[in-house]
Write a protein that binds this ligand. Structure first.
Ligand SMILES: Cc1ncc(COP(=O)(O)O)c(C=O)c1O
Length: 454
């Protein structure tokens, strides 16, 4: 067995020998279509030569400098590529910082927000409101922000519930009360958020921290209409910040660089745009670990006028090769119009999934946006009954897909944090219509096979 402390100590993962476009290969030449995109990471395919050439040039130039004293062209150019867009400038985004993982980016977002209040003299602002059944990362701060029942369980006693407060996720389908319309559901959630500020003492709250589109925990959930507009109004009423976690749904996956652009038309972006937004995964397509934090001028100015320092520091922040990878990926996405490809093929992927899968006995729902789709499974649709978690139905689907040459992301807990099985599909941004068909064909065949295994 492997000497690596893998995620599963009882079973080694499969060895991969090489990647090519939307596919990768095992040493015995088994070909696998990567519809998971390595958990919503891959955006420009595997082993993309244009990208790898630029990364090789970059590493031959300079492999590392410490960001306390130095910067590099790749980091500066990547920052400009993201921020120079006049649309984002006019909304006030003025700085971006680069890190490695999504967890680090979310830790940074939280620390920058706290630091800004501290330097403004609001030392009492120490509380954070986020949502149940959310996932913001694996490090302690990000985990405390998260409402992930399964992953948090063994660490929950080390987290302070008076600091990290939770509200209901905006997932109408699974969380509305019987008879409640989506509008009434949204009204209830907004009231709950306002009440939570009151419970904490509004003057004590740093921020409302939320995924723009909920990813893994509940499965590709867009909030009800006006949810974030109204949440932002509450944050501003109480002088708190609105922070979006776009690690999974951002960096283009929904068809625009920021996922929040999809919430409303461009004329109303100022009503939903956050004070801080994080991104990760697809930004670097996995060529190097890369994540980041975009910060509004309001927050940057407080720090500039205060200590003049950002206290979220990591040895590998602004890593020159990671930033070169991010830059090469962003250039490739732009020059090949890949966000337009997502806007064009995303609805087709969704329609085909619905057409082929919704009729199956165990498929309860197909939902999503752009290149980020979820298929939810139930043991019975009428009356609604989830599989017993011990069945691990999403794992059975995932394993069957893999045996049939397809990756998907098996997830659990979309009903109440423990119950509920779903899988995610998050392919590379450059897939073609033929690959869309191939994904849905293998997935349908695999779900049918999985149904015979329970
Ligand atoms: C929404 C969200 N936030 C944060 C993270 C943590 O990112 P990482 O695993 O890169 O630390 C993830 C990872 O899946 C995520 O989906």
């Amino acid at each position: 067995m492997s000497k690596i402390l893998h995620r599963d100590l009882k079973k080694d993962p499969l060895l991969v020998s090489k990647g090519e476009g939307s596919y990768f290969y095992l040493p015995d030449s088994t070909k696998i279509l990567d519809a998971a995109g390595g958990a919503a990471v891959t955006s420009v395919g595997h082993s993309n030569k244009e990208v790898t050439d630029k990364i090789c040039d970059s590493i031959q130039n300079i492999q590392f400098v410490h960001s306390s004293l130095f910067t590099t062209d790749s980091a500066e150019k990547l920052a400009s590529t993201i921020l120079d867009d006049p649309k984002y400038q006019s909304l006030g985004f003025s700085k971006v910082a680069f890190y490695n993982s999504g967890s680090e980016a979310n830790e940074t977002a939280l620390k920058l927000a706290r630091q800004a209040f501290y330097e403004k003299g609001a030392l009492q602002r120490t509380k954070v409101i986020s949502r149940d059944l959310s996932y913001h990362g694996n490090t302690f701060g990000a985990m405390s922000l998260s409402g992930h029942k399964i992953r948090n369980k063994k660490f929950i006693d080390m987290q302070d519930p008076k600091t990290f407060l939770k509200v209901c996720p905006p997932f109408y389908r699974n969380f509305h009360i019987s008879g409640e319309t989506e509008e009434q559901f949204c009204d209830r959630l907004i009231k709950e958020l306002d009440d939570k500020f009151q419970e904490a003492g509004p003057e004590n709250v740093i921020c409302f921290f939320a995924e723009t589109m909920i990813g893994g925990t509940l499965g590709c959930v867009m909030p009800p209409k006006n949810y974030f507009e109204r949440a932002k109004e509450i944050c501003e009423k109480y002088g708190a910040l609105l922070i979006y976690d776009e690690i999974m749904c951002g960096s283009g996956r929904l068809g625009s660089f920021f996922a929040w652009e999809q919430l409303t038309d461009e004329d109303n972006w100022d009503k939903v745009s956050p004070h801080i937004s994080t991104f990760g995964k697809a930004i670097g397509s996995g060529y190097m670990p890369l994540s980041g934090v975009v910060v509004h001028k309001k927050v940057v100015d407080i720090l500039k006028e205060g200590s003049g320092l950002s206290l979220s520091r990591h040895t590998y922040q602004s890593h020159p090769v990671a930033c070169a990878a991010g830059l090469a990926v962003q250039e490739y996405i732009r020059s090949n119009n890949l966000l337009a490809n997502i806007r064009n093929l995303g609805p087709k992927l969704g329609d085909l999934l619905k057409q082929e899968l919704l009729g199956l006995e165990v498929v309860a729902d197909v939902r999503g946006h752009g290149f980020f789709w979820c298929v939810e499974f139930l043991k019975s649709k009428e009356p609604m009954e989830a599989f017993d978690p011990s069945v691990e139905f999403s794992e059975i689907v995932g394993d069957t897909c893999l045996a049939n040459g397809l990756t998907v992301i098996p997830c659990h807990g979309c009903v109440d944090g423990f119950l509920g099985d779903h899988i995610l599909i998050s392919p590379s941004f450059d897939i073609t219509e033929e690959i869309v068909t191939e994904i849905v064909t293998i997935l349908k065949k695999s779900v049918l096979e999985a149904m015979t295994k329970i």
